[in-house]
Write a protein that binds this ligand. Structure first.
Ligand SMILES: *[C@@H]1O[C@H](CO)[C@@H](O)[C@H](O)[C@H]1NC(C)=O
Ligand SMILES: *[C@@H]1O[C@H](CO)[C@@H](O)[C@H](O)[C@H]1NC(C)=O
Ligand SMILES: *[C@@H]1O[C@H](CO)[C@@H](O)[C@H](O)[C@H]1NC(C)=O
Length: 307
């Protein structure tokens, strides 16, 4: 009873003095979720209230989703989440919020000191939110080579702002990548970064990097030594082998046809069965067959000689 009476009396006197201009501001921009932010409360008017000396006024923070008392007189109810910051010889004080999450935003916070208080909605413009790609594992990417073109696709989840990315090969700028927003959230986006460039025969290996500019930071989202020469060589090799196999078949077939024409009456039948075999086994021409044919040929010519 006594206390309320005193309070009422104090309030009457308080109305008397110049209305105090307390106000708080978010002083840490850009903000990042999971990081700390600071709200700083300034007591604009240096005029002291008649009933309280500087530094003896009770300072407190109220707010959050439930609009509860957070800190009072340098003590916080949830010290792992909030901390009160004070400065010597200054009536201003701050609130440190650890591990910022979306639920800390868009609700009211009040700082008060003595009779002055100030309440405001804590809101952050999306452009002042910095959300960088977490790490390599959170980005999924695909790589493929097509018609001498290399295409790299990288998904970045929950990033902000939408980055501008460019590709560097051997430290040299090649091109700017395509960045497409796949999904919008309030404070961040899922984006897809696609880089496509032509690989010529000479420069088929080297360090490829993709750098993204997130306004406040530059982040390398891809950094690999690529060697497409091997893949080119491998495809060349298979092509060559196939060609040799094909050539072998053609030669054998023409030999058979030639032989058939020469010895239509006597050896025709045998050669036709041989040809059937080669058709079935086309690519797996083995040398034994070739040798036996040669042998046969020699034998045949010798018999013909005898005749
Ligand atoms: C930060 O807050 C999130 C939820 O908002 C929680 O999952 C995470 O464990 C917190 N991290 C730390 C270091 O307290
Ligand atoms: C704070 O602002 C957000 C959007 O700016 C709004 O949705 C919310 O209702 C506001 N909260 C209060 C308590 O005014
Ligand atoms: C990011 O890189 C660009 C050029 O590559 C440079 O102009 C810019 O200053 C860099 N930004 C930051 C924040 O480092």
């Amino acid at each position: 009873m006594k206390r309320t009476l005193v309070n009422i009396v104090m309030m009457i006197f308080a109305v008397d003095k110049v209305s105090p201009s307390a106000s708080w501001n978010l002083t840490t921009l850009p903000v990042s979720f999971g990081k700390d932010i600071i709200l700083w409360c300034s007591m604009g008017e240096k005029k002291e209230s008649k009933f309280s000396k500087q530094g003896t006024d009770l300072r407190q923070w109220t707010g959050g989703q439930q609009y509860d008392l957070l800190c009072m007189d340098n003590k916080c109810l949830n010290p792992s989440k909030y901390e009160m910051l004070t400065r010597n010889n200054s009536q201003s004080f701050g609130l440190l919020i650890h591990n910022l999450s979306e639920s800390d935003l868009d609700c009211q916070y009040t700082c008060s000191c003595g009779f002055s208080d100030f309440t405001k909605n804590l809101s952050v413009e999306p452009k002042h939110v910095m959300s960088l790609p977490a790490n390599e594992t959170s980005t999924t990417y695909g790589k493929n080579i097509n018609n001498g073109k290399m295409e790299i696709e990288i998904m970045l989840e929950k990033v902000n702002p939408v980055p501008v990315c460019s590709a560097l090969f051997k430290g040299q700028f090649i091109n700017e990548t395509t960045v497409t927003v796949m999904k919008w959230y309030k404070y961040y986006n899922d984006v897809k970064v696609i880089d496509s460039f032509a690989v010529n025969g000479v420069d088929c290996e080297g360090r490829l990097q993709i750098l993204c500019n997130f306004v406040y930071r530059n982040v390398t989202i891809f950094d690999e030594y690529i060697d497409i020469c091997q893949e080119e060589e491998a495809s060349m090799l298979t092509m060559t082998l196939l060609f040799i196999g094909f050539l072998g078949c053609v030669i054998i077939l023409s030999i058979c046809i030639w032989l058939t024409k020469k010895r239509k009456d006597r050896f025709g039948e045998r050669c036709w069965t041989n040809e059937k075999k080669t058709q079935v086994e086309k690519i797996n021409v083995n040398q034994v067959q070739l040798l036996s044919e040669k042998y046969q040929q020699e034998k045949e010519t010798s018999t013909m000689m005898k005749i």
